[in-house]
Ligand binder design. Structure first.
Ligand SMILES: *[C@@H]1O[C@H](CO)[C@@H](O)[C@H](O)[C@H]1NC(C)=O
Length: 259
């Protein structure tokens, strides 16, 4: 992957498209070659929620005291070793009924952290994961919608990055700076492969864990990082649900009630 910052806007652009999913025969239509490895992309709510200025009900940044305080899932992305990724795979309709038993877990561990208004939330379609088109490109390793989501959740539970960092002393803080190298080596020690870390200014925004197609850990590709040598891991601060443009996040009981 060339860079995370390049991928994320593209990812969002593609989310606008209809859910595409591979047919049961596992063939990739449209002549795209099979991907090489997976990246489990995790996002840090403390950093992303700081950018929230407006809230909609599906934005987990706006859940007050129930807002996430751990890394949450951004997606499981199939990638090529040359730094690119398959973009357009075979079509199949996203069907929320297929993952009805996973919805509670998805709401909790794979929430949207972005939208400000329901009307603009992923083109008004609401569900964050309904736009994760990456499942469609994960064939033939992952063959259907349910498998894509349960596989991703299981990897997320197995490698608890929040726990790894906390145990190494990297706890959420709005004043500390931590060495990027320390964060990377804490993960390497536990995960036994090198992750990729992306930042928004100096704050950790995403951590990616990479996997071979049999889900054994492997090094991520990117030698570049958008992070400085010392990074922060901001603590979550509840966002107001109103129209406040204030840079200072704030908590009030009336906001929690409104959510
Ligand atoms: C990760 O570990 C922490 C303990 O450090 C725990 O509270 C949390 O529930 C774990 N998260 C998941 C998704 O298992």
């Amino acid at each position: 992957m060339a860079s995370l910052s390049a991928q994320i806007p593209l990812c969002f652009a593609l989310m606008m498209a209809t859910w595409l999913f591979i047919g049961v025969n596992g063939s990739i239509k449209g002549g795209q070659r099979e991907f090489d490895y997976f990246a489990l992309s995790l996002q840090w709510p403390g950093t992303i929620c700081r950018q929230t200025r407006h809230c909609c009900s599906s934005n987990a940044c706006c859940r007050g005291s129930n807002s996430p305080t751990e890394f949450t899932i951004h997606g499981l992305w199939p990638d090529y070793n040359d730094g690119t990724w398959p973009a357009c795979c075979a079509r199949s309709q996203f069907d929320v009924k297929e993952i009805s038993t996973l919805l509670d877990a998805l709401e909790k561990y794979w929430p949207s952290l972005y939208c400000g208004k329901s009307s603009t939330c992923f083109s008004g379609k609401g569900l964050f994961w309904a736009h994760e088109k990456h499942g469609t490109c994960s064939s033939p390793v992952i063959r259907d919608e349910y498998s894509y989501f349960i596989t991703t959740l299981n990897l997320y539970f197995k490698y608890n990055v929040t726990k790894i960092l906390n145990e190494a002393g990297y706890v959420p803080s709005n004043s500390e700076r931590y060495p990027l190298g320390g964060i990377v080596s804490a993960i390497e020690k536990s995960f036994r492969a090198t992750p990729e870390v992306a930042c928004s200014k100096e704050a950790v925004e995403e951590i990616r864990l990479c996997f071979y197609k049999d889900f054994k850990p492997r090094n991520c590709l990117s030698l570049e990082t958008s992070c400085p040598k010392y990074v922060s891991l901001p603590a979550y601060v509840s966002m107001g649900s109103g129209e406040s443009e204030s840079d200072t996040a704030w908590i009030s009981e009336s906001d929690d009630e409104a959510l």
